[in-house]
Write a protein that binds this ligand. Structure first.
Ligand code: SD4
Length: 335
């Protein structure tokens, strides 16, 4: 019996009572917002939308939503998506300009169009037509990050094989004929968590997932990360589970870690090992990538995994279900 109990306590994943919500990073108020929707009998899609919206309003950690991650022109642009695991509908926006409620616009893409993904200026026009307010996403903080970056000769940046030498100079850049591998430098700041990824599982095991982010600091204008891409930033399938990712989206989106994790759970993997395998797959090619994945299955089991780096040895996430009724901070050791 004792052995059995010890075994249960050592199980590498948690279990929540349905319905429940889980999200990346210690974004507690976002968890509360989503949980309140579920508690009031609202839909899992509403829970994900409201949870992520809360982060957009609060600029969770100062880094989701407006006023964060200014691009090379100093502008903040947003990526977001939402997925219905019952119908496999997805609504997504990327490089969204001048609109704060990116996940709201993603939901509008899902509900008011036959499309999946709208980007850039046209996505903003769509949003305005759908009743979203256009406003400047720049804040004093994003302006000062941008000004400092210009003073630092535009360091760091995401350019390679261009002239003048991007590791010392600002642009404009021209392609350089001789291609060489740029020394791998981690561009995404592991202390500036720019993404909320959220999964909500309903009483009946139905799954929804979503994300919202302002992407990567000093990104090249037009850059779209993993967060708004279904299967990369998040994935939901009510016949298997849900997953969401955070970290270096330029690398992570090449591996569709959220899709992979959900498929592994479909074949019976527990959420913790599904998340681990998704991380391992990326690690094989990019041992120094920064990233984490959260996973949950339709019976309420959940887990997370992250790639261990200097300065990043634990990844925190939030869970809320009815026994807890308050958001619980959880963490996992990176490997
Ligand atoms: C991106 N995945 O746009 C996002 C950034 C992030 O923690 O998650 N940072 O690449």
């Amino acid at each position: 019996m004792t052995t059995f109990l010890v075994y249960i306590l050592m199980l590498p994943f948690g279990h929540a009572t349905l319905p429940f919500v889980i999200n990346t990073w210690p974004f507690k108020d976002a968890t509360s917002a989503a949980w309140s929707v579920l508690q009031a009998g609202g839909s899992i899609l509403d829970a994900v939308e409201q949870g992520c919206s809360r982060c957009e309003v609060d600029q969770c950690d100062g880094s989701v939503g407006f006023g964060g991650s200014p691009d090379e022109n100093g502008e903040t642009t947003l990526d977001a998506m939402i997925m219905n695991g019952d119908t496999m509908e997805v609504g997504a926006v990327a490089d969204l300009r001048r609109i704060k409620n990116a996940i709201g616009v993603a939901r509008a893409v899902m509900q008011h169009t036959e499309h999946t993904f709208l980007v850039g200026e046209s996505a903003s026009v769509f949003a305005e037509n759908m009743g979203f307010t256009a406003e400047d996403l720049t804040t004093n903080k994003s302006l000062s990050i941008f000004t400092q970056w210009l003073k630092d000769n535009c360091q760091p940046n995401y350019r390679k094989n261009v002239l003048p030498d991007p590791s010392k100079n600002c642009g404009p850049y021209k392609p350089r004929a001789m291609l060489k591998q740029r020394k791998s430098e981690r561009q995404i700041d592991i202390h500036a968590h720019d993404t909320i990824g959220m999964i909500a599982i309903g009483q009946d095991g139905h799954v929804a997932a979503g994300t919202s982010t302002n992407g990567a600091n000093h990104k090249i204008p037009g850059r779209v990360g993993d967060s708004s891409v279904a299967g990369a930033g998040a994935y939901a399938d009510s016949t298997a589970g849900g997953a969401a990712a955070t970290g270096d989206g330029d690398v992570m989106m090449r591996f569709l870690p959220s899709f992979l994790a959900v498929e592994l759970m479909r074949t019976g993997a527990d959420p913790s090992s599904a998340c681990k395998t998704a991380i391992s797959r990326i690690k094989r090619y990019y041992p120094e990538f920064f990233g984490a994945v959260i996973c949950a299955n339709t019976t309420g089991h959940y887990g997370a995994a992250c790639n261990k780096l200097p300065g990043f040895s634990k990844f925190s996430f939030m869970v809320s279900d009815s026994p807890s009724n308050v958001p619980l901070l959880k963490s996992v050791d990176c490997f």
